[in-house]
Design a protein around this ligand. Sequence first.
Ligand code: HEM
Length: 259
Amino acid sequence: MPSYADYLKVNELLELQSPLSEGPEHDEKLFIVIHQVYELWFKQILHEIGHLEELLARNDGSHARATLKRILTILKVLVAQIDILETMTPLEFLSFRDRLEFGSGFQSHQFRELEFALGWKDPKALERYPSGGAVRQRLEHRLKSPALWDFFLHHMAASGVPVPRSELERDVTRRAEPSPALREVLVDVYRSQPALAELCERMVDLDEGIMEWRYRHVKMVQRTIGTRRGTGGSAGADYLLTTLNQPLFPDLWAIRTEF
Ligand code: HEM
């Protein structure tokens, strides 16, 4: 039987935090650990999304709802972790920030993959990764593949909901566009199909959860570096503010005024 440490590769894991600042600065450890924890959760969410897609494709709504709930629970942990980073003052962060040079969560390829999987399809994100490399190929594949929204629509159709054909055949390399015809159908789902309506609500939870993460992240950025440019090369908080309040599933929000 492998030991706890062997099975979890604990010794290897604990070797992976290498501060670059001299001293090193006390808070750099927190900065590294929290980013690594995020990357592990991104990995797990991507794993769960793969499972969710399979469940929706085989029309297993009950397990799909359970998997969505797990993803949402992880997302809540991701949002809550920002509280920990906010215990770091601007001066504490500035004490090692120059060591990050161009490094930034902006370059997290798992985050971009997650965005693509959820339907936030921005081909410009590909440009940050070398052409022909494994990461770029993975992201190109995700960009071209159906997003969660597409699996959701096909599951609805397979459950007998008259989803407009134009939506089932939409260009999956783009973000979902609002569709009045689809909204009519969704309103009926809410009125007559409780299990499917519950799935819709979990999708809204997911959309809201991602928006909440973006909001908390930009507030944390504003209180830590103000309006400085980001180490990833963007305008910093001003850029991040442009990503707020952009729903992934606009029709699931728009129907709220149509009931
Ligand atoms: C003191 C802590 C942090 C600061 C000051 C900070 C700052 C920033 C800034 C300024 C950007 C804009 C892009 C750029 O760098 O030019 C950015 C983007 C980003 N950061 Fe952070 N960040 C922090 C912590 C984190 C953590 C813990 C994560 C978790 C992985 C993270 C994930 C991201 C992601 C995914 C983006 C891209 C967002 C998008 O393009 O919509 N950040 N961050």
